[in-house]
Design a protein around this ligand. Structure first.
Ligand SMILES: [Mg+2]
Length: 395
């Protein structure tokens, strides 16, 4: 579908969105500079109860709960991560860069948007995540060069056939790398660094949108947390050289990893994002805690435009955090994903980011059956195809 030609109206919206994105990337200093380091965990009250978004309190883990969830539960959550990302993407596609939905408006997977999308079809966000997933499913370790080389080859091949739309920054890196003969990993790293040096604008949300799957590759081993951190940053930098994009990918990949591995009450599964701040370089930890605090204080739509990686992460985190846990706790998946779309602006990307973490936390079983029947995309995958990919990654 790379021969898709937007209508003049679609092109105008795309151009305007790119202009706003570049503006936001040029002026990230517009972000809050509070240095508050509260150590506040997701909805954790002083007496150890969890109360996200003002929902009902949930007790801390029962000490009799097994420390590690069964392989069956982990497989359900891993499948939930990939299907969750795809569902968020497909749910956000129709509303990308449109006036944002109100709180009483329900997003629907009706396709269209700024690409030639069928109802339920996911876009570049999930397409790129699938490329990483395919490499992880072969058994290669994502923190090693041979895996990153396979991902680079996958990205470059995807540009030639398969990409339905591509973010501006990723497009420039991949087109430059594609012109080089020889080693794809060397070429993509050089192109990514060069773009950053030329423009200083390489902290778009395009690496965060595809990163959650990295967490699925590191569920075992005492050094898994550090290998996941290194892989997330390295895979981010293939297209997004800026350290902030890498930071965001470290936080989110570790969040997904912890969500799959968590035992005990479901809400503890979201704790990994904040916990991962300590994995970042010391000089940026307080800033990231302040950004997460801000996301817990403001509604998702406060974080737009969200083409810059920081408000994209904040919008997704705000949607997850502020959505109350309903009587059927697993309905939190659907409600929080809808809230992510209502953040507005880059809706498919914000919802794909939220979806991978929500799916990892709640599992495939929590994803509405209707969405699972409808969701699909390049290279010919449906929910079952995404689930089998996830199963192969976790072994
Ligand atoms: Mg997209």
């Amino acid at each position: 579908m790379s021969d898709f030609v937007p209508t003049p109206e679609q092109q105008r919206i795309i151009d305007e969105a790119h202009r706003r994105r570049e503006e936001a990337l040029r002026n990230p200093s517009g972000r809050p500079a509070t240095q508050r380091d509260s150590g506040f965990a997701l909805g954790l009250t002083a007496d150890g109860h969890l109360q996200p978004g003002g929902g009902r309190p949930i007790a801390p883990p029962d000490p009799r709960t097994p420390l590690v969830p069964s392989q069956q539960i982990r497989a359900d959550r891993a499948a939930g991560a990939l299907i969750g990302a795809a569902c968020g993407d497909a749910l956000g596609v129709p509303y990308e860069f449109q006036p944002r939905l109100g709180d009483d408006q329900l997003p629907v997977m009706r396709g269209g948007g700024l690409g030639p999308y069928a109802p339920g079809e996911y876009s570049d966000d999930t397409q790129m995540q699938v490329i990483i997933a395919q490499v992880a499913a072969t058994g290669l370790a994502l923190d090693e060069d041979n895996a990153q080389r396979a991902i680079a080859e996958g990205f470059i091949g995807w540009v030639a056939s398969g990409a339905s739309d591509i973010g501006a920054q990723t497009r420039r890196v991949l087109y430059t790398a594609r012109m080089e003969r020889g080693d794809a990993l060397t070429a993509i790293r050089a192109a990514s660094r060069e773009l950053h040096q030329q423009t200083g604008l390489s902290a778009g949300n395009g690496s965060l949108m595809r990163t959650g799957v990295v967490g699925l590759g590191f569920l075992n081993g005492t050094d898994a947390v550090y290998r996941c951190r290194d892989a997330a940053r390295a895979i981010s930098s293939l297209t997004h050289y800026d350290a902030l994009a890498g930071d965001a990918c470290v936080l989110w990949s570790e969040g997904v990893r912890k969500a799959v591995l968590a035992s005990g009450p479901s809400l503890w599964r979201f704790g990994g994002v904040r916990d991962a701040v300590h994995l970042l370089p010391a000089e940026r930890q307080a800033q990231w805690r302040a950004w997460l605090d801000e996301a817990q204080e403001k509604p998702p739509h406060a974080f737009q435009p969200n083409g810059f990686v920081v408000p994209a992460l904040q919008a997704a985190w705000s949607a997850i955090y502020h959505t109350r846990i309903p009587d059927r706790p697993e309905d939190h998946f659907r409600l929080a994903l809808e809230a992510a779309v209502r953040a507005g602006d880059d809706t498919d990307t914000v919802a794909a980011i939220a979806g991978v973490l929500l799916g990892a936390a709640w599992g495939r079983a929590a994803i509405p059956a209707e969405w699972q029947r409808t969701v699909h995309g390049w290279p010919g995958l449906n929910a079952d195809g995404l689930a089998s990919l996830a199963t192969r990654i976790i072994g």
